[in-house]
Every structure is written in C-alpha cells, then in structure tokens.
Design a protein around this ligand. Structure first.
Ligand code: ADP
Ligand code: ADP
Ligand code: ZN
Ligand code: ZN
Length: 751
C-alpha cells in the first residue's frame, strides 16, 4: 500500500443495503461530513460498513473464549475496508441508568468534586467516598442515596373489606390460588374467609409486615423449610429498598401504581448523610454545588484559592468548561441522565470523550445538531474541531448547513433514496458542493423565504401560570387551526411548556415524537400502518385459503423462528446474539405459504418491496392511501417488512405521522420532526403540516429548523436563554414580526 493511502480510511466495493459498489477514501484526522436525502445510504456507509467493521476487528483481538461471549458482527458486504482505527459511536440513544446515574457521574465530574471536598472541605470528614451517594458511608441512610423516599400506597395494596379468599391482596402476583397467595395462606394461622378488617391487630401485622421467618410447609408430601415475610414487607424489600428504575420497564409499570413518592425527609433530596452535608467549601456543601447550573458552578469553583486544591480545581474547571462550550450550561450535575433529551444525551457523551486521552480514534456522530438552536451550532462545530485537533478522525452524518460548512471533506450520497440512491454524487470541499448539481448543493444555495400570508386562528387554547422546571408563571395562548412553531435555545423551556404543561391539559392531542414505537419484534411498517391486514385479505381471496396463513404470528409462520426470520441465542450475561433463521432463510413463512401468489408475488416478496415499489404493485384503494401517506412523509425507500426496531428516531416519527394523517379537528404536537430529514425533504414535511392545518387541525411544532420556523403562521419564542435564564415567552407573532423583535435571539437567524 502506498504511503499516501495510510492517510485515508479506504473503502472499496461497499454493497450494504442499497449501496451500489461504493468506493471512497475518508481522510484521517479530518472532519468528514456525510450528506444526502434520508434513505440515500449515509448510515449504510457510516454505521453498517465503517463502524461495524471496526467493531468486528476490535472483537477479533479477544481470545476465542471471550469472543464466544461477544455479539458477532458479520463482515460488512464490501471488497475491502482498510486503515480503520478504533471507532467510537456517539449517538442519540438516551442515557438510561436509574436514579444513581446523573450528569455528574456520567461525565466523571462528580468523583473530582468529591475529591475536592475531601481535600479542602471544612470540617474535615475523611476520604473522598464519604461524598458519594453511591457509597454506603456517604449515602443518606434514610433513602439509600436515592433522594426520594418511596412509600407504598396501602389503600391500593390491600382491600380490607375483603377476605383472602375474596382476593384482599391487590399487589401484583397475589391473585387467588396463585403461588404467592398459597404461600401467604400457609404462612400463618390466617382465616381465609375473614375480612381483613376483622383480623386482630397482631394477625394483620404479621400478614402485612411480618419479618422474614422460616415456616415448615408441605410440598408434595414433603415437609420443607420456606422463608416467608409479610406481603408489604416483601414488596418493600423488593421494589422500594432497591432502586426500582433498575428493574425491567414492565416490572416498573406493574409496580408503579402501588408506589408513592416524595422528597426524602432526612436529606431533602440531597442524597447524602448529615455529616457529609455539614462539610462545606466557601459556604456551599456538595449537594448545593451539584444542584447549581453548570454555568454558575464553574464560577464558584474558580473562586476556590486553596493551594492544596489547585490541580483538582483545574481538572474540574476544564471539564465544566466543556459542558459550557457545548451549550449545556443550563444543566445541573445532579440531573438524572434518563431525563435528558436525545440531543442532550449525545452532547453529554461528547463531553466525556473530550476529557478522555484517546487519540487516533474514529469518532462517529449521528446528527449532533439535533436539539441545538442556530445560535449554538458554532459551539458544536468548535467541539468537532477540538476532537479533530487532538488527532482523531471525525465522521458526521448531518443535515444542518451550518455544520456542513465546517467539514474538511464532504461526501454527498444520492442522488435519491433507496434503489435510486446508494452512490456518491459529490466528494470534496464545501465550496465545490455549492456548485455541485446535487440535491444538497442546490438546497444549500436557496435563500430563506418568510411566510407573509399567515392564517388567522379560529380560537385559542390558553396555558395559565405554568410553573414547572424553569417556567416562571408562563401564560400564553396557543392559537387553533394554524401552524404554531415553538422556538428558543436549548433549555429555554419549550419541551416543558408543550410536552409537559400543555399536554397534561390536552391528553387527547396526537403526539408525534421520536420515541421508538414500542411494539413486538414482529412489527414492521406494514403491520403498524394496517396495510398488512388488507394484504392478507387480498392473498386469501386470490388463493381461496384462510387469511391467517399470511400472518407471521400464526400457523403460516416458519416454525423454527416463529416468524421472526432470525433466531436469538441467549448468552449468560450479554445481549443475546441474533442469527438468520436456517430454515426459512429470513423469509419468515413456511414453504407452502410462499407458494401462494398475488399477481405473481409471494407474501415474502411483497414484504421485501419498498413503499415506492408497492405503490406500483397495488391497486387496492385503502392500501394505496396508506402507502401514499408513507410516501408523503418521505418514507418511499423503506421496505414494508423492515422491522420497526431498525428505524431511526426520525423515521419512527414520520411513520407515526403517516398513520395519523387522516384525522380531522385534532391537536397535533410534534417535537423536532425535521430530525433525519434532508433539506430537500423538509418542503415535503411542510406540505403535510399545511395539509393538516387546512383540514382544520391545530398543529404545534417544537423546531430549530429555520425553513420550518419561517413558514409558521405563529411563532412562540421561549427564552431569553437556557435554564434559570430562560423560562419566559420572549416573543409571540408572525415570522414577519419576529425579525424586528430585538429581544428574540431566534429572530436574528431568520434575517
Ligand atoms: P440514510 O442514512 O441516508 O438515511 P440508510 O443507509 O439508512 O440511509 O438507508 C439506505 C437504504 O437501505 C434505504 O433504502 C433503507 O430502507 C435501507 N436499509 C437500511 N437499513 C436496513 C436494514 N436493516 N434492512 C433493510 N434495509 C435497510
Ligand atoms: P427545551 O425544550 O427548550 O430545550 P426544557 O423544557 O427541556 O427546554 O428545559 C427547560 C429547563 O428545565 C432546563 O433548565 C432543564 O434543565 C430543566 N428540565 C427539563 N426537564 C427536567 C427534568 N425532568 N428534571 C429537572 N429539570 C428539568
Ligand atoms: Zn435521604
Ligand atoms: Zn424461520
């Protein structure tokens, strides 16, 4: 290989998904940005080829024994992929982790803050772990470091007007004759037919709160020692003394109705023991510093002038500065990570990497501008540049023109989506892109148009004195039957106002967000939109057989994989491994079912069609209408059978939109619907929103995208800034008015 090639990641003949033998070179230690319409093949190159191969190579470094436990990455479909370095994917997946995972713990800032307290805090209490709510010595003994005290709602847990035989215990698992119910019946001298309200105090105490004790029970004629405890005691030990957020989502949902929640009365939410909270620096204890906004905290830390603390202060301020730089100065260290938005999560992960000392890593970002106001995009750009300047290769999939501008190298994928994409239509510098005859090139040059014929509202939906998070008594009217766009910098209070306050008053609103569509592994666009029902009927009629055969939840499904097309092999302590089904080869149906055809195609072949192909194939009115709705939201390129779990957040959002399009007189709420959309797709999205409004619906959109904001009938701008410096409505009016509103930051970017 030539010297020169060492400077590039070299990909030859890539064919994943829709890629048409793509070959390209990505310069190392530079910023390369992938652009192109949704479905053109950006992810197929960046994630399914580059990141996947890097993971596979990494795993090959492990011994055979360890490799048996790792997820198997198949070799990407390509002739060659050369010169890869280790890849780190910084994506928008939310940071989970339960109550014990906070902004401070995930960024490694909290351990340094504890170190600082152990060095210079007064009075001296001991070592650094005393300041950790994850440590038995530091945590508040009352709430075990959770900061909230959980209780059990006795009224919901037991019905004292009933007997055990009548099902007096309402907690999950105790239905009459169930295993747990039988254990209770055998665990004491309880009268099964007596109402609990007639029990003696002693018996009731033992039934509900009895401590763990061994009881001899009869099992299949054998006396066995079994540990039993009161039903409330057992529930408390299982779900209240342990952090319920670490349990499965299903368990959380089952037990949630029985749990009451309040701030811990001992530590008042600070999570730490009293002696730890008495220790202060410049008058602040560690809990007070952790609940301070990062922008304020960094100033307090800088004021510490104790010589002993110099290195710790330096390391703290450096990390806090990264958070400020990326526009997260409105967050606090004690913020639980599972309450952060996707964009915030991605930026927090980014900060973690900036403080690390890795070099020659390939960092891969998926639309890092999501959730960022145009004012703050330059901060993101500076961070990407910093990562590059540390000697890393930075690869970004992005649609925002202001991010695309900082690329050292641009790869434009297209020309269109799906089969009509999968090639590289432009490679080179930004200036060249502007002259290129590609969708990206053409759209980058288009000037912004402000809407001037704004619709008149038919009425209003008032929000009165909203007080939540940073909102300060916000009262604002949402106009009906128009397109309202809610704007403002990150942290200004948009989601709080709309997703929390407004939606709590209008639960009938149709919410179209980016959350995964929580359905079974068998769901796909065809089942989700209801097309599958019509298709099954059509196959049944054409072949004069039962329509049930064509469902992969039924007897027509491949028996080996139960219609999944893949087989999951469970591993002891890691994610299970997914392998294609050997019997049906991923087709998901039995041979005999595949023999039935509709206009020459089998059910498996229909499911492999893209929306666009299916539109050519079907004439059924209902099917065409639903397919057209998917096509309208820019999903032409997805196949009917693609598992919903493989769709991105933006695609999930658009598929929800497609299936809700025909309703009338409703309120629609959308949160950054342009996520994942190329500039040329946004016009389409706007057409859909306008169609919804013209049909009499009220559409409310949280957006940063200037093309959308400029086409609003009404803008509600939150601000002036993020966190405690935000929480107010700074402007209400039309796009034509906002550009003259001095107090609005958003207005400046529309000129
Ligand atoms: P982009 O990242 O540019 O939006 P993708 O690389 O995700 O585009 O998609 C390119 C094409 O490959 C699309 O037609 C898409 O439907 C298809 N595709 C992507 N992932 C899968 C998958 N897991 N299974 C089948 N088809 C896929
Ligand atoms: P935006 O949607 O404009 O980005 P948010 O409504 O998400 O703003 O946030 C407004 C303020 O409320 C910020 O200071 C943010 O940190 C805070 N906040 C948002 N969600 C929560 C939460 N679940 N717990 C505590 N604070 C929150
Ligand atoms: Zn406590
Ligand atoms: Zn199978």
């Amino acid at each position: 290989m030539s010297e020169l090639n060492q400077e590039y990641i070299v990909i030859s003949g890539a064919r994943e998904n829709n890629l048409q033998n793509v070959s390209l070179r990505i310069p190392k230690r530079k910023i390369t940005i992938f652009t192109g319409v949704s479905g053109s093949g950006k992810s197929s190159i960046v994630f399914d080829t580059i990141a996947s191969e890097s993971q596979r190579l990494l795993n090959e470094n492990f011994s055979m024994f360890v490799r048996n436990f790792l997820p198997r990455f198949p070799q990407p479909d390509a002739d060659a992929i050369e010169n890869l370095s280790m890849a780190v994917i910084v994506d928008q997946k939310r940071l989970g982790g339960g109550s014990h995972s906070t902004m401070g713990t995930i960024t490694d800032i909290s351990p340094i803050l504890r170190l600082l307290f152990s060095r210079v805090g007064q009075p001296y209490v001991g070592q650094a772990h005393m300041f950790s709510f994850n440590d038995p010595q530091g945590m508040c003994p009352e709430c075990n470091g959770i900061g909230r005290s959980l209780g059990i709602d006795i009224g919901k847990a037991v019905d004292k007007s009933k007997s055990l035989n009548e099902g007096a215990i309402l907690l999950p698992g105790y239905t009459v004759n169930s295993w747990d119910w039988n254990m209770v019946m055998q665990s004491g001298p309880f009268d099964p037919d007596k109402k609990l309200s007639d029990y003696s105090d002693e018996d009731l105490e033992q039934l509900l709160y009895g401590k763990a004790r061994k009881v001899k029970m009869d099992f299949a004629g054998k006396a066995t020692n079994i540990t039993v405890e009161g039903v409330i005691e057992k529930f408390t030990n299982k779900y209240i003394k342990q952090d319920v957020k670490t349990k499965s989502e299903r368990t959380q949902q089952t037990v949630a109705p029985f749990i009451t929640e309040g701030i811990c009365s001992s530590c008042h939410g600070a999570r730490l023991s009293q002696s730890t909270l008495n220790c202060r620096i410049n008058g602040y204890n560690i809990a007070e510093l952790s609940s301070m906004e990062v922008g304020h905290l960094i100033r307090v830390i800088r004021e510490i002038d104790d010589a002993v603390a110099v290195p710790v202060v330096r390391s703290l301020t450096e990390r806090l500065q990264h958070l400020v730089d990326i526009g997260l100065d409105y967050l606090t260290l004690d913020r639980e990570t599972d309450t952060l938005s996707g964009g915030e999560s991605q930026r927090v992960k980014m900060v973690k990497h900036l403080s690390g000392s890795l070099v020659d890593v390939t960092y891969i970002f998926d639309e890092p501008s999501v959730g960022l106001h145009p004012r703050d995009v330059h901060r993101l750009n500076e961070l990407l540049q910093k990562l590059r300047d540390k000697g890393n290769t930075v690869i970004v999939v992005e649609h925002d023109p202001d991010v695309i501008k900082v690329a050292d190298h641009i790869v434009d994928v297209g020309p269109h989506a799906g089969r009509r994409g999968g090639t590289i239509v432009y490679e080179g510098r930004f200036q060249g892109l502007l002259e290129a005859d590609t969708l990206t090139g053409t759209h980058m040059k288009r000037p912004l148009q402000l809407k001037d014929d704004c619709r008149q509202p038919s009425g209003k939906l008032p929000i009165k004195d909203a007080l939540l998070h940073n909102l300060r008594n916000v009262s604002v009217d949402i106009p009906t039957a128009v397109l309202t766009v809610v704007t403002g910098v990150a942290g200004s209070g948009k989601s709080t106002l709309i997703n929390e306050v407004f939606l709590s008053q209008h639960p009938d609103a149709i919410v179209i967000d980016q959350s995964a569509i929580g359905v079974s592994t068998r769901s796909n666009p065809a089942t989700y939109t209801g097309i599958m029902d019509d298709v099954r009927k059509a196959f049944a009629t054409a072949n004069k057989v039962n329509q049930g055969l064509f469902s992969f939840n039924s007897k027509g499904a491949c028996e080996n994989c139960q219609g999944l097309g893949v087989v999951y092999t469970d591993l002891a302590f890691l994610d299970s491994v997914k392998l294609p089904c050997e019997v049906c080869g991923g087709k998901r149906f039995k041979e005999e079912v595949l023999a039935y055809k509709l206009n020459g195609k089998s059910i498996a072949e229909v499911l492999e069609m893209t929306v666009e192909q299916a539109l050519d194939f079907f004439q059924l009115k209902e099917v065409v209408r639903k397919l057209q709705a998917m096509s309208d939201v820019g999903l032409n390129y997805i196949t009917l059978g693609q598992p919903l779990s493989t769709l991105s957040g933006g695609e999930c959002q658009r598929i929800k939109l497609a299936s809700e399009l025909h309703k009338k007189g409703s309120i629609y709420v959308m949160d950054e619907p342009t996520t994942g959309l190329h500039m040329s797709d946004i016009g389409h999205l706007l057409e859909i929103m306008n169609r919804l409004v013209d049909a009499g619906n009220t559409v409310i959109v949280i957006e940063h995208n200037l093309d959308v904001i400029s086409q609003a009938d009404w803008i509600i701008d939150m601000g002036p800034d993020g966190g405690s410096k935000g929480g107010q409505v700074v402007f209400e009016g039309t796009p034509g008015q906002i550009i003259h509103a001095e107090q609005s930051i958003t207005g400046r970017y529309l000129m």
